[in-house]
Structure formats: structure tokens, C-alpha cells
Design a protein. Structure first.
Lengths: 341, 199
């Protein structure tokens, strides 16, 4: 007998003899009971790690939000800056290019104001130039020519004593921000504290404001050398809106060997301006009667009789038949119309 | 893990414990016949066998969550059946299964009414081999019969039978030896009867 205590004959006989199965009804009852027990039982506790997907999703969301928060604003701002620049340039030709200038930023320098139209605002300055040339005939070319000549004089006078440590050869600043930064030391030195209001105005786009400031600047420039030092950087706000001298570099920047080069350039520009003096004068807004009279009196009191009479002539040409009625009697007698002629 | 026909009994039971009713169906289909016949041969009454059979499977259903595959599933299943049958015998007052000693019950086994040698008149009848064998098994002492049934129906080894019945392996081996000896003699008697009948 084998170790398992089996007999093949008995096994065969038993397998053939023993074939009973439970009743089908009992099978169904047991299966149903088993299935019911499973269905009725409370669901097993979910997997311990059921929160893993949620945690992963939350982590991803937090990382995404964090990246958005950390992303430098420069990646988003360029569009806004561009829009802002476009708006500023449309509103004012002397708009600062930097997206967010500090509040205490220095007022736009000559270079900045002149470079802005040349670099980005040329389309806006060109029509102004044409318009100024068209109206020049009505107002006369004398004030504009005088102003241009005084600018050149002031530039020459300013350039001679100034010897900045870092001379620059660039006469046409491409970037207004760069030029503003470069001009800041010289400007601080040359800016007159007496007339900050018109110079501090960053966007002298309104013709009225420039009309008020222009005579003052011309008067300062023609008064004395010292005044020329003061008026040189301040004169440009009046000239910038006109678009007549957009490429004139600021006198405070001129120094050393660059002075001659700068002067030659300005001479060339002056010749161009004289050729187109009428367009320039057109855009120069008429100074007020009071300022003009004040200027004439100052010239006369300083002994500059010829200049005073020229100013009276310019006044008469500007105001026409009303000039004599506007002029005070002493100035009317100082330069009668016949003498002017 | 989804239940499949290739899954082991243990995996099916675990799947059912996890809520897979299909796993129970597979388990039931595999073992329903063996368990039923095991119970039927022990109690010899189909009605009681049906009741015990249902109780065994219901006990399995109730104990599904405490099932741990530390042993074969059949061992666990037939232990449930064994315990349920003992409970039945205890309740009916016929508890002779557990304490049965093979040698001590030799005479008793011979005296059982199932022994075909004691009924010569029935041998003359053309009975089927299966019926005589079933009767022979039924005439076995309860311990021998249980060991034989576990071996035949559940195809258990000596150790597994020992685990189910709670007896030693050698005891199970002895019980099986006696049971097979009687059944062989019964088959020999059947052969003689058949030969005599053919003459």
C-alpha cells in the first residue's frame, strides 16, 4: 500500500459511485445569499492612498499659481508698456520712453526731448513742421531767426567753459532714456533754479504753454552769457513741440573735442533752419503782449537799443495794425512805425 | 484582483472577501459536490445533508472577512464542514465520530448494517457497484469514513486530513488503511458475486 493510502480500484469505483450534487434550488439559495451578503455589506474602507491623486492635482495647481506669481512682470508688461508708450507719444511728442519713470525723475533733457521725435515721434513731428512752414508767412521770420541765432550763441557760450569728464560724440541720441541719463549731471549743473516750471513740465505738448515759455527762454538767451547758460536747456521745451530742431543735442552735453563737431553740426542745422525759417517761426507760438513789452523794455534798459527796436518791429509784424494800440506810448515813441520801416 | 478560472481557491476567497461575488460562484462550483457528498456520506440523510451543506457555506460567507490564506482553502472549507457535522452529531446524540478508535471499533464496524457480507440475500441481486461501495463506506466507522471521504472527495493528503479532523497523521494513515481494507474486501465479495451470477 502506498504512503497515501490510496487504491486505484477503490478510487475508480468510488468516483463512479459517488456523483451526488446538491439540489439546484439549494445552489441558487446559497449563491443568492452569498451575493446578498457581499452587496449588503458596507463597502470596505477605501484605499489608504485615495488622496494621492488629489494631492498631486493640488500640488500641480499650487505650482502653477506660484509660477504665475513668480513670473517677472517684464514678461507681461511689454504689451502694456508699448501701449502706454504709444498713448504717450500720441499725446505728447516728448514722452519718456521708459515704461515707468520715477516720480522724481529729472525733467526731460534737451537730448531726450529732441530724440524722442526723431526716434519714435517723427511721424507726429513731420506734419507739425509742414504746418509751421505754412503759417510762417503770416507771422514773420524774424523771431524764429533770432531765436535760432540766440540758440547757437548760447550753445557756443555754454560749450566753451564746460569741460565734462566724459565727453560724448553722439549728437543724435537714439534712446531718450540714455540721453536723459547721460545729461543728468550736466543738466543739474546748468539748470536754472529760477525758472523750473516750464522746464519741469514733461509734456509741453499744448501750444499755449509753449507759447508762454518760448519768449521767456528767448529773452533769457539773449540777455547775457550767464542767462544763456540757464536758458539753453530750458529753451528746448519751447522748440521741441515745434519740431523745428528735433535733432539738436543739448548744449550741456557738449564738451572738449565734441564741441567743435557739435558746433559744426549746429551750424549746418542753422543754415537749414534759416532756409526754412518761416516754418520754424510759424510753429513758434506768439508771445504775449505783456511779455513782449517787458522784453523790449529790458532790452532798452540794458542799452540794447537795436535789439529793442527789432523786437518792437517784430511785435508790429506779429500784431499788425493792433500793434500800436497794444504798445505803450513810450515804446511807441521809442520806435515809431516810420523808424521801423 | 478580478476572479478568473485560473485563480487559486485562496485568491478567489480573498476576492470574494473583497466583495467579488463572482469569486464565490467559482469557489462554490469547484467544491460544492465534494462538500455535499462529504456531508451526505456522514449523515446519510439527504435532508440533513442539505441543511448542513447550506450551513457550511453560510458559515463561509460569514467568515469571509476573517479568512487568511495560511493554509489551503479546502482545509479551511472542510474544517467548517467537519465542525458543523460534529455540532449536528452532538445535537442528535450520535457523537461517535471523533473518539472512534480504528482497532477498538473493528468489531463495531463489522457489525454495521452496511456490511454486504452480512446480507447474502442482497448479493444475489444485480446491484450496481456504486451502491455497494457506498454502502460499504457507510458501514465504515465514522473516523475511517471521514478520513476516506476527505481523501476521496477533497483529495486531501494525510496531513490535510489530519489538520481537518484534528488527529495525527499516523492516526489518519491507520484509519485510511482500515477503511481501504474493508472496501477492498467488499469489492472482492462483489467480484465473487458477479462471477457466481455469470455462472
Amino acid at each position: 500500500m502506498s504512503e497515501t493510502e490510496r487504491d486505484s480500484r477503490v478510487d475508480t469505483a468510488w468516483n463512479a459511485a459517488s456523483r451526488e450534487e446538491p439540489p439546484i434550488a439549494l445552489d441558487d439559495a446559497i449563491r443568492a445569499a452569498a451575493r446578498k451578503a457581499v452587496d449588503a455589506q458596507p463597502r470596505r474602507a477605501p484605499d489608504k492612498h485615495w488622496w494621492y491623486p488629489y494631492a498631486a492635482a493640488a500640488t500641480v495647481a499650487v505650482i502653477a499659481v506660484g509660477l504665475l506669481q513668480v513670473t517677472p512682470p517684464e514678461e507681461v508688461n511689454p504689451t502694456i508698456v508699448a501701449d502706454a508708450d504709444r498713448t504717450q507719444k500720441q499725446d505728447a511728442p516728448a514722452a519718456v520712453v521708459t515704461p515707468a519713470p520715477p516720480p522724481e525723475a529729472s525733467p526731460p533733457t534737451i537730448a531726450a526731448r529732441s530724440a524722442t521725435p526723431s526716434s519714435a515721434g517723427r511721424p507726429t513731428s513731420a506734419p507739425i513742421k509742414k504746418e509751421s512752414r505754412a503759417s510762417e508767412a503770416q507771422r514773420g521770420a524774424a523771431p524764429a531767426q533770432n531765436a535760432t541765432q540766440r540758440e547757437l550763441d548760447a550753445t557756443d557760450k555754454l560749450a566753451q567753459p564746460t569741460t565734462p569728464a566724459k565727453p560724448t560724440k553722439r549728437t543724435e541720441p537714439v534712446d531718450a532714456t540714455e540721453s536723459a541719463a547721460a545729461n543728468k549731471p550736466a543738466q543739474l549743473q546748468a539748470s536754472p533754479p529760477a525758472a523750473p516750471a516750464p522746464r519741469a513740465e514733461p509734456f509741453p505738448a499744448a501750444p499755449q504753454s509753449s507759447a508762454q515759455s518760448a519768449p521767456v527762454e528767448r529773452r533769457d538767451a539773449s540777455s547775457s552769457n550767464a542767462n544763456a547758460m540757464k536758458s539753453a536747456p530750458a529753451r528746448e521745451p519751447a522748440a521741441a513741440p515745434s519740431g523745428a530742431t528735433p535733432r539738436v543735442a543739448g548744449p550741456p552735453r557738449l564738451a572738449g573735442s565734441a564741441v567743435g563737431e557739435q558746433r559744426a553740426q549746429r551750424q549746418a542745422m542753422l543754415s537749414k533752419d534759416e532756409a526754412g525759417a518761416q516754418p520754424r517761426a510759424k510753429t513758434a507760438p506768439p508771445r504775449s503782449v505783456e511779455d513782449w513789452i517787458k522784453l523790449i523794455r529790458e532790452l532798452r534798459s540794458e542799452g540794447r537799443v537795436d535789439e529793442a527796436r527789432k523786437e518792437i518791429g517784430a511785435f508790429r509784424s506779429a500784431y499788425g495794425e493792433q500793434a500800436d494800440s497794444l504798445l505803450p506810448p513810450d515804446l511807441r515813441e521809442f520806435a515809431p512805425p516810420a523808424a521801423k520801416q | 484582483m478580478p476572479a478568473s478560472a485560473a485563480s487559486s481557491d485562496e485568491d478567489l476567497m480573498l476576492a470574494y472577501a473583497a466583495g467579488d461575488a463572482a469569486a464565490f460562484d467559482m469557489l462554490y462550483a469547484r467544491h460544492k459536490g465534494g462538500v455535499y457528498r462529504y456531508l451526505l456520506r456522514q449523515c446519510r440523510q439527504p435532508g440533513i445533508a442539505d441543511e448542513l451543506f447550506q450551513d457550511v457555506w453560510m458559515n463561509l460567507v460569514r467568515a469571509r472577512e476573517s479568512y487568511a490564506p495560511t493554509a489551503k482553502f479546502t482545509t479551511w472549507l472542510y474544517r467548517l464542514a467537519h465542525n458543523r457535522m460534529i455540532d449536528h452529531f452532538r445535537a442528535s446524540g450520535h457523537l461517535t465520530l471523533v473518539s472512534a478508535d480504528d482497532e477498538a471499533h473493528e468489531e463495531a464496524v463489522i457489525a454495521l448494517p452496511g456490511a454486504r457480507s452480512m446480507q447474502p440475500e442482497s448479493r444475489a441481486e444485480n446491484r450496481e457497484l456504486g451502491e455497494r461501495l457506498r454502502a460499504a463506506v457507510a458501514a465504515l466507522p465514522p473516523a475511517q469514513r471521514e478520513a476516506f471521504l476527505l481523501q476521496q472527495e477533497a483529495e486531501m493528503s494525510l496531513a490535510e486530513i489530519a489538520a481537518v479532523t484534528g488527529a495525527g497523521v499516523e492516526t489518519v494513515k491507520s484509519r485510511l488503511r482500515y477503511a481501504l481494507s474493508k472496501l477492498r474486501s467488499e469489492l472482492a465479495d462483489l467480484d465473487e458475486d458477479l462471477q457466481e451470477g455469470l455462472r
